[in-house]
Every structure is written in structure tokens, then in C-alpha cells.
Design a binder for this molecule. Structure first.
Ligand SMILES: NC(=O)c1ccc[n+]([C@@H]2O[C@H](COP(=O)([O-])OP(=O)(O)OC[C@H]3O[C@@H](n4cnc5c(N)ncnc54)[C@H](O)[C@@H]3O)[C@@H](O)[C@H]2O)c1
Length: 265
């Protein structure tokens, strides 16, 4: 997995999984464009890359806004001339509530980041990659793209949609030297999973964490780096014949009946 001379763009690069993939690309030679609405987090990721001797810029953007997405693509091309790898990763979890009680505005907010944001990223980055006649994209979906999860209607619907976008785009651009895949993480040790723990049991999030991790065959949450490694593989030439696919990184959770509901028992 060698990215010397290549340019990687990561949305949601200011924290969690996106920071890990930004650092992973940079460690293997890529110039990295870190995109996030979190200025402190995004600047920190780019700063870590530069401290380690790599090249990175931070671009503040809201992935739900078309102008903002067009601008992050333009800024990347202006800075580094091309986009070889795109980790289309920014996402939010939204509230935990049953469908019958789910807030309309919250539903729209989750769909805006997780579906519209991924769609806009594909649309604008693909224009650049089509002009280059090369590129590799990984959209961050989730095991929530494959299974229902009581209490998370917006998130589950949004991540199912990410796989639909992945499959559709991959077929459109495969003959143009561009691959589009998705990664489906299970529970990963980032801010997002800790927020969900606190929503499920505000009084004792640690209890949720213990029960949740015990329900995963591998016995623990995944790390952001474990997801990033899969993203890097899918963006690398090693994955040259892989497109329209999704890769599960979940410690065996989704392949074990009952594990998904164990958290609620
Ligand atoms: N942590 C998990 O357990 C888990 C599991 C499966 C999938 N995922 C997915 O992984 C991705 C990364 O999540 P994470 O766990 O690293 O969480 P995180 O909250 O640490 O990182 C998400 C990043 O996205 C950014 N972001 C959110 N909305 C944005 C917007 N409108 N514009 C620009 N940036 C925005 C945030 O500022 C943040 O830096 C998400 O798509 C998430 O749904 C996470």
C-alpha cells in the first residue's frame, strides 16, 4: 500500500475514522486534503501530518452544502493538482428514538450529512476523477447499511442509501478507470460510539459499553486505524479489480445472530 505522489481527500478528517485514514494515507506517502466542519479537529489532523514530515492542508467545509463541496474539490486541485483517493466519510449518528417518536428535523439532519453529503462528494469528486481517467473512492457506510437497528431509523436508512450510491456510481465509472467501494464498520472506538452509549443510558454509559463490547465476537470495539487500513487497501492498486463492493470491519458482530440485539436485552 504505497501512495507516494498521490493525493488523498478525506471528509470528516478532523476526528475518529477520518483522522486515522488521513494519517494512514500520509504515512504511506500521499498528500492529504483534510475536510471537516470542525476547524480545530481538521487543523489538528493536518498539523499531525506535517509534524511527521508529510504534506497536508485543511479545508473547512459543510458536506451538506453543494457550494462547499465544489469548493473543497477546487481547493484540493488548486493545491495538489489532482485527487487520486477519496474517503467520503463524514457522518453523524443522530438521536436514538423509536421510529414512532423520531423527530422530523433530526431525520432530515441525518439524511443531509450521511446521504446528501456522500452524494455531493461523489458528484463533484467524480467530475475531477473522470477528467483524470483514474481514481479510487471509499464511502463510509456501516453495518447499519446491512441490518436494522431499533432506535436508529434515520441512521440505518441513511447508511443503506450509502450502499445504493456506491453500487450505482461504481457501475457508471468502472470503464473510466475509477473504482467506488464502501466500508461497513461495526462499533468503532470514536466519539460517535460514546455518544450512542450515553444516549442509551445517560446514567451509566460504561455499562452499555461493557455489554456492547461483550456482544462482539472479537470482544472489543474496533479501532479507527482498523477501519482506515481497509480504506487504504480499497484505495490501493492491490484492490484493482474491486469495485461496487462493501467490506465489513466489525469484529464478527454482523455474522453472529443475536449480537445486534444483545445491547438492548
Ligand atoms: N464509530 C462507529 O462506531 C461507526 C460505525 C460505523 C460507521 N461509522 C461511520 O464512520 C464515519 C466517521 O465517524 P466517526 O466514528 O469517526 O465519528 P466522529 O464523530 O469522530 O467523526 C465524524 C466527523 O465528521 C465530521 N462531520 C460531521 N458532519 C459534517 C458536515 N456536515 N460537514 C463536514 N464534516 C462533518 C465531524 O466534524 C467529525 O469530524 C461516519 O460516517 C460514521 O457514520 C462510525
Amino acid at each position: 500500500m504505497e501512495f507516494s505522489g498521490k493525493v488523498a481527500l478525506v471528509t470528516g478528517g478532523g476526528n475518529g475514522i477520518g483522522r486515522a485514514s488521513s494519517l494512514g494515507f500520509a504515512a504511506r506517502g500521499a498528500k492529504v486534503v483534510v475536510v471537516d466542519r470542525d476547524v480545530a479537529g481538521g487543523e489538528a489532523t493536518a498539523g499531525i501530518v506535517r509534524q511527521k514530515g508529510g504534506e497536508a492542508i485543511f479545508v473547512e467545509a459543510d458536506v451538506t452544502k453543494s457550494d462547499s463541496v465544489r469548493a473543497y474539490v477546487e481547493r484540493a486541485v488548486q493545491a495538489y493538482g489532482r485527487i487520486d483517493c477519496f474517503h467520503n466519510n463524514a457522518g453523524i449518528e443522530g438521536a436514538v428514538a423509536p421510529t414512532a417518536d423520531y423527530d422530523d428535523a433530526m431525520f432530515d439532519a441525518v439524511m443531509a450529512v450521511n446521504v446528501r453529503g456522500v452524494f455531493l462528494g461523489l458528484k463533484h469528486v467524480l467530475k475531477q476523477m473522470l477528467a483524470q481517467k483514474s481514481g479510487a473512492i471509499v464511502n463510509t457506510a456501516s453495518t447499519a447499511a446491512l441490518l436494522g437497528s431499533p432506535g436508529m431509523p434515520a441512521y440505518v436508512a441513511s447508511k443503506h442509501a450509502v450502499l445504493g450510491l456506491t453500487k450505482t456510481a461504481s457501475g457508471e465509472v468502472a470503464r473510466h478507470g475509477i473504482r467506488v467501494n464502501a466500508v461497513c464498520p461495526g462499533p468503532i472506538d470514536t466519539r460517535m460510539i460514546h455518544d450512542l452509549e450515553a444516549q442509551l443510558n445517560p446514567g451509566d454509559p460504561q455499562a452499555v459499553s461493557r455489554r456492547y463490547q461483550a456482544s462482539i465476537p472479537i470482544g472489543r470495539y474496533g479501532t479507527p486505524e482498523e477501519v482506515a487500513n481497509t480504506v487504504l487497501f480499497l484505495c490501493s492498486d492491490l484492490a484493482g479489480n474491486i469495485t461496487g463492493a462493501h467490506f465489513v470491519v466489525d469484529g464478527g458482530r454482523s455474522s453472529t445472530p443475536g449480537a445486534v440485539t444483545a445491547i438492548r436485552d
